[in-house]
Ligand binder design. Structure first.
Ligand SMILES: [Fe+2]
Length: 204
């Protein structure tokens, strides 16, 4: 049976502060939707691809495998991104601040590093819970399926591709990062953090 990734339309945020509905519409319906569509197409083709012709220089099987993780991670990171945004500004709760303070020194130092990662990379700034060590880390990624570490759970996902902010900010990325932080759904972030701690209990 062919595996299928379902597009999660309920995750599309509306009425954000500093990120317009038009910006979200382009991002959600063109980019996120594109990754889901291609992932499902790849999974369909995987059913019949000739594995006996697998070749590291070029083969249809290799190309499908390469683009499978690109589109899988593209779908996943976008769902995590849209899922950790909501309308109604709020500041980070004390529980989150103390969690990042443990590994970064303070909330402010974490935020400085998270935003700098968002400026320094071409695709993503991600706060992850590293199951190998039980620590929180900020990871930058140029492409959906590169630069990560294995066994890490995404806690906060920030898309810094131009397509995430050009409609609203043109080439100015810094004000978009500030707008993103104003719209973080902290209760979703807390849920992910709690799940990561539970996973760590069985993983360590
Ligand atoms: Fe994106």
């Amino acid at each position: 049976m062919t595996e299928k990734w379902e597009k999660k339309s309920t995750l599309k945020p509306k009425g954000l502060d500093g990120i317009s509905d038009q910006q979200i519409e382009y991002h959600f319906e063109t980019h996120y939707n594109g990754y889901v569509t291609k992932l499902n197409e790849i999974w369909e083709k995987m059913q019949t691809v000739d594995r006996s012709k697998a070749n590291q220089n070029y083969s249809e099987f290799r190309e499908l495998k390469l683009e499978e993780t690109f589109n899988y991670d593209g779908s996943l990171l976008h769902e995590l991104y849209f899922g950790n945004l909501h309308s109604g500004s709020s500041s980070a709760p004390e529980s989150f601040k103390s969690a990042v303070a443990k590994d970064f020194g303070s909330y402010e130092k974490w935020l400085e590093d998270f935003k700098a990662t968002g400026i320094a990379f071409r695709g993503w700034s991600l706060l992850v819970f590293d199951l190998n060590t039980g620590k929180l880390r900020n990871i930058g990624a140029d492409v959906h399926n590169t630069n990560g570490i294995w066994n890490a759970i995404v806690i906060l996902s920030l898309d810094v591709y131009e397509h995430a902010y050009y409609t609203d900010y043109g080439p100015k990325r810094a004000p978009y990062l500030d707008a993103f932080m104003k719209n973080v759904n902290w209760s979703e972030v807390e849920k992910r953090l709690q799940k990561a701690h539970k996973a760590y209990e069985v993983f360590k």
